[in-house]
Design a protein around this ligand. Sequence first.
Ligand code: GTP
Ligand code: MG
Length: 195
Amino acid sequence: MKVNNAELIISAVGPEQYPEAGLPEIAFAGRSNVGKSSFINTIIERKNLAYTSQQPGKTRTLNFFAINDVCHFVDIPGYGYAKVSKKERAAWGRMIEEYLQTRSQLKGVVLLIDVRHEPSEQDLMMYDWLKYYEIPVILVLTKMDKVRKTKRHAHIKQVLNAIDPEPEDGHVPFSAETGEGKDEAWRAIRELGRF
Ligand code: GTP
Ligand code: MG
């Protein structure tokens, strides 16, 4: 999809700040530093609209972006970042759960997994939790540029075997570095959001 207009509408910490527009929403979840913000920037072709960083824990609020005024993308803070206090982590957990459980505009979640590694306990929990709440999921297997060509298949399989996604949940091999998977990701997202 050609994105002519993408802007950050609000960085929210609670429902009273969620935008009121009824546009379909797609949220982006995954371990801290997995590449959620990079994914958003790549597919909308903006360098750093969603702030990225080599330091995990960069995204700390629910960042709502309006895309072409047809949908919202919601960049959510990553999980599994050790260097925050227990209290802060619990507050993030509540903020994210509240959004995912209550937001009627939410059409689905793009769950990003680093294709190089076996999915973590938290990745598995996140997927199962989304399924428990019957939220459609697209698995994006990211950082594909970091695995050798001959190992691609094995890495993809390792992730899919661990997550064991339901048949209706698609998966897309992706790289923010090379742009691999960009069109396929768009197709899957538009299908999910019906826009
Ligand atoms: P938090 O906001 O902390 O949850 O992180 P995030 O998931 O938004 O990650 P972010 O997009 O900030 O990326 C983290 C780091 O991974 C950055 O240094 C990115 O440049 C790098 N990165 C993201 N995607 C890719 C990719 O596909 N390939 C490679 N090689 N590096 C990537
Ligand atoms: Mg981020």
